[in-house]
Every structure is written in structure tokens, then in C-alpha cells.
Design a binder for this molecule. Structure first.
Ligand code: TNX
Length: 529
């Protein structure tokens, strides 16, 4: 780590009262050097992190203790994570005996200031303790512990230790309540196993919302029992999720502290629906299935009652499948409609979502229909100026920040990237990291921002290898912007911690982009992008 970043680490700790009695900023002078934070390459960077001289080695004597209902499933997740590579038994148990040689996960005694997702993690010579107010906080603490261990802990078969956790005291909580990543399964379909893998990646970087773009011109990917042809016809050759499969994904995400946000994109981006049911078209005739990449050419027929019966049925089923508070209704690029027609449709669509007890989310064009204040608007323009967004923030709307030139994970890294699009230019890893979700659009205050979300559109992505190549290493960049304090986000420090993730991805066999901006271990920095 550079001296600059180390200085920053000390400053942040000093500024937040995390220096331990008897150590203090003068420890370095007193005993000839503070403990090094070189091993503390955690991404996203914890809010407060102080290296200590302790170290704990996980051995075949280690027990995982849990305290409090809701902690058991996190303890099990930790055991599942550690057992393959260590080969240790790692029994999961309630607190017993001496309490030494334990990794202890407890919901007891956490200060309320930690919030729903915060945690404390402490390492002594005899064990590790993670404390949180809620299971989500414990789960994020476990993700931090994972990154404190050597990269080989990620292996799915036994590796040589030692499994040493460096001494550290961490107090951590996220900057934003909403840290999202999206996946477009409509342009290309990704099956349940692939999506679970994707969810695992999000969880490792403390992303807590997974937005699934389930429908578009090219495909309708979720079985709707009351309108089955949407999936069986509109799914085309790619396929769709049965409701049982989708429920499984919702549960898989929830087990990892991630809320699934389903998107049914209307009234545009609907060719797959229009091809499945003629009555959704103004002329009553089904369209042909479509596999191209144009946008803006399709629309539900806003003057037909069938359109609203269809949408009501769809949202009823989707709302029943997803326990989270949000249903995303798209609303982008409805270029076939006049402003009045668009508003006529959206007024009713938003009301339907609310009627099923959900909070509507729309791409920011939804603001053209003047929806109720509880509607969340997702910004995706590259521009830093938007009078529409400014007015929405003033009117009390909450906003998600997904600027196309920074947060879109489907944009090419540079002109040499074979996959991806380039409509907003290129987005290097550094570009993905060096912006502030709380201060991106002029005149929009951070208080109106729910958080960042990184969309991954799949027009050009046919395989899961392709998905991984665009996701890594920009996912951790956006994740850190969502989690870490704004004044702790420093590119040079981040790029070094990011570099330390590379060996983990190699072991996990992730197809990541080895950006020359990042000083990967063993690699030469070439100064490119
Ligand atoms: C814009 S962001 C779109 C998508 C494309 C994407 C490609 C938004 C609401 N619409 O339809 O897939 O750009 O980068």
C-alpha cells in the first residue's frame, strides 16, 4: 500500500475515535512502527479499520459460534465458505466453554449506531468476533473476514494453510442503504445456476439489491400463470424461469442479504409480449419475435382495456413472488407514444403497483408522467445536468444513480474491448470508480439519493464468461462507491486493494478484465486503460 493510503487510513481512524487506549497515533513513534495495513485489502473499504498486533489462525480446533436467531444461517454460510479449502470440520454451535478458538457471530450487544447492515469485527490471538444488530450486518462482516484470509480460501478443494486472520479492529456500516446491481436476462437469457453465481459475486462485495430486467423486446423471461404465452412464446429460443425457479432465486438472494427487484419494462420494450398476445397490440395482431438490438419501436396499446388487465395480472403475480418492497416498471424509451399517451399509461401502471403494496421504481423518464412522490426514479443519462431529476429531488422523489458513462457495466472499457456498447463513450475501471453517486447530478442533493446501481445490459453478452468480463473488475468499484465513506474513496488506494482481488478471481475461475490501470500482482502496469 502506498504511504498516502496508509496516512489516509490512520487519519480516518483518528477522526472516528477508533484508536485504542494505549496505542494512539503516536504508537508508531513509541515502539518503532504501527502494525502494517498492507494485508488489509478489503473491498469495499470498511468505514473504520485499525490494524493491531494480534493474529488468529483458523485450525481444525476452531469452532464457529452463533448467538441469536438469524445468526445461525450466517454461521452456516461461513462454515460452507471455509470448509472446502481448509478441510477443517468447523462445527457450528451455540456459545459453550471457554470461548477461545472460536469465530463468534453474535447479534448480542451491538450498538444501535451500527444500523441494519453495520458490523464490528475484532481479531484477537484466540479468535474472531463479528457483532451486528441484524443478520445482514453479520453476513457483511463474514464477507470482510473472507477477504482478510488468503486468496486460496476461495478454493473448492483442500489447500495448504496457514489460515491466518491478521489483527484488526473494524467498525463498518454502509454509506447508502441501496447498493444495486442489475442483470438484463431479456436480451440474452442466463439460467438459474448462472444467476446464482452472479448473486454470489454481488454478495461478496456487499451489494444488497439485485435488479432483474426480466422483460424486453427480445424476450419475456418469467412465467406468468395467468398469461402463459408471455413466457412460452415470448421467451423465444432463449427460455424463461418457471415461478418455482424464480422463487428459488428470490430465496437464494435473500439468504445472502440481497433483495431482488423485479423489472417488467412497460409500455415500450415490450415486443416479446406483443408477439405473445395479439390483443396487446392496437391492431389486434401479434408482432413477430425480435432478436435485434434496436430500441424504442414497440409499445403496448394504451387505449385498450386488455393492456391494463394484462398489467394488473402480471404485477399481481410478480408482487406475490417477490417479498421485497420494490417493483420496477421500466418506462424508458417509449418512443412510439405521445407524452399524453405515456402519462395516461403510467398513471394507471403506477397505481397498479401501489395497489399490490409495492413501491414503484422506473427509469427516470417515468418522471415525465408526474408519478406520486413515492416512485423511485433511476437516472441513467451520462449527463450531469437534468432539470427533470433536479425537480424530482425537490418534489421529494428518491433517486437511484446509474449514469451511463460510469455505472453501466455493459460499456466497453476502451476501444479494444470486443464485448459491449459504447454509446456514452468508454468506461475504464478508473472511470467506474471516480464519481460520487451522492453528487453526480448538479442540483440534486445526496439526501435524495438512495444509492448507486450498476446495470449490466446483455445485448452483446451471450455467455456467462462474457458477463464476468464486463462485471469484473468494475463491480467492486461501484460496490465501494455505494458502501465506503465518500472521503475514503481514493483511486490509488482502491486500485491496490482491487489488485489483491485478482488472485481470488483466478482461484474462482472468474473471467475478469486485467485492466492495465490496476497493479495486479506479478503484472506490469503499462499505463493503458
Ligand atoms: C439504455 S438504460 C437502455 C437499455 C440498453 C442500454 C445499453 C435504459 C433504461 N435503457 O435498453 O440496453 O442502454 O447500454
Amino acid at each position: 500500500m502506498t504511504s498516502v493510503s496508509r496516512r489516509q487510513a490512520l487519519r480516518s481512524i483518528a477522526g472516528t475515535g477508533l484508536l485504542w487506549a494505549g496505542t494512539g497515533a503516536s504508537r508508531a513513534q513509541r515502539d518503532g512502527g504501527a502494525p502494517s495495513d498492507d494485508a488489509l485489502t478489503v473491498v469495499p473499504r470498511p468505514a473504520e479499520m485499525a490494524p493491531t498486533r494480534a493474529a488468529y489462525e483458523i485450525t481444525d480446533e476452531t469452532t464457529i459460534m452463533f448467538d441469536g436467531s438469524g445468526a445461525f444461517h450466517v454461521a452456516t454460510a461461513l462454515a460452507d465458505l471455509l470448509r472446502p479449502a481448509t478441510g477443517f470440520e468447523l462445527p457450528v454451535d451455540r456459545p459453550t466453554g471457554s470461548g477461545t478458538d472460536t469465530i463468534s457471530l453474535t447479534l448480542d450487544g451491538a450498538p444501535p449506531t451500527l444500523g441494519d447492515e453495520g458490523y464490528r469485527l475484532g481479531v484477537t490471538d484466540s479468535g474472531v468476533t463479528i457483532r451486528a444488530a441484524e443478520p445482514a450486518g453479520l453476513f457483511w462482516g463474514v464477507q470482510t473476514l473472507r477477504q482478510l484470509l488468503p486468496p486460496s480460501v476461495e478454493a473448492d478443494s483442500e489447500r495448504a494453510g496457514p489460515w491466518t486472520v491478521p489483527g484488526v479492529q473494524i467498525r463498518d456500516a454502509p454509506r447508502f442503504d441501496y447498493r444495486g446491481v442489475h442483470l438484463d436476462v431479456a436480451r440474452h437469457f442466463f439460467d438459474v445456476d448462472a444467476v446464482k453465481q452472479y448473486i454470489d459475486y454481488l454478495a461478496a462485495y456487499k451489494i444488497n439489491h439485485f435488479h432483474m430486467h426480466l422483460t424486453d423486446d427480445q424476450g419475456w423471461r418469467l412465467m406468468i400463470e395467468s398469461w402463459p404465452r408471455l413466457a412460452t412464446v415470448g421467451g423465444g429460443e432463449g427460455g424463461y424461469y418457471t415461478q418455482a425457479e424464480f422463487r428459488d432465486l428470490v430465496r437464494y438472494a435473500a439468504d445472502r442479504s440481497i433483495t431482488l427487484v423485479p423489472e417488467i419494462d412497460v409500455p415500450g420494450h415490450t415486443n416479446a409480449a406483443l408477439a405473445s398476445y395479439g390483443e396487446l397490440n392496437c391492431d389486434g395482431q401479434p408482432t413477430d419475435l425480435y432478436t435485434g438490438t434496436e430500441v424504442g419501436f414497440s409499445s403496448l396499446c394504451v387505449d385498450r382495456e386488455e393492456t391494463y388487465e394484462f398489467f394488473d395480472d402480471v404485477i399481481r403475480e410478480v408482487a406475490a413472488l417477490t417479498p421485497g418492497p420494490y417493483v420496477h416498471i421500466g418506462g424508458d424509451e417509449a418512443e412510439e407514444l405521445s407524452e399524453a399517451e405515456y402519462a395516461q399509461f403510467m398513471d394507471r401502471a403506477v397505481a397498479i403497483v401501489q395497489n399490490y403494496g409495492k413501491r414503484p421504481v422506473g427509469w427516470y423518464q417515468v418522471l415525465n408522467a408526474d408519478p406520486p412522490e413515492s416512485t423511485v426514479a433511476q437516472y441513467w443519462n451520462p449527463s450531469r445536468e437534468s432539470s427533470l431529476l433536479e425537480a424530482a429531488a425537490d418534489a421529494g422523489h428518491e433517486l437511484l444513480m446509474s449514469p451511463g458513462s460510469r455505472a453501466f457495466l455493459d460499456i466497453k472499457y476502451n476501444e479494444g474491448t470486443e464485448l459491449g456498447l459504447s454509446w456514452p463513450g468508454f468506461t475504464s475501471v478508473r472511470d467506474a470508480y471516480t464519481w460520487d453517486p451522492g453528487a453526480y447530478v448538479d442540483g440534486v442533493d445526496e439526501s435524495a439519493v438512495m444509492g448507486p446501481e450498476a446495470p449490466l445490459w446483455s445485448e452483446t453478452l451471450e455467455t456467462f464468461d462474457d458477463v464476468e468480463f464486463m462485471l469484473f473488475p468494475r463491480l467492486p468499484a461501484i460496490a465501494e462507491l455505494g458502501w465506503s465513506p465518500a472521503d475514503e474513496t481514493d483511486w490509488s488506494d482502491f486500485s491496490e486493494r482491487l489488485a489483491a482481488q485478482g488472485p481470488r478471481w483466478d482461484i474462482l475461475d472468474v473471467n475478469f478484465y486485467r485492466s492495465p490501470q490496476v497493479p495486479w500482482p506479478g503484472g506490469e502496469r503499462s499505463g493503458g486503460i
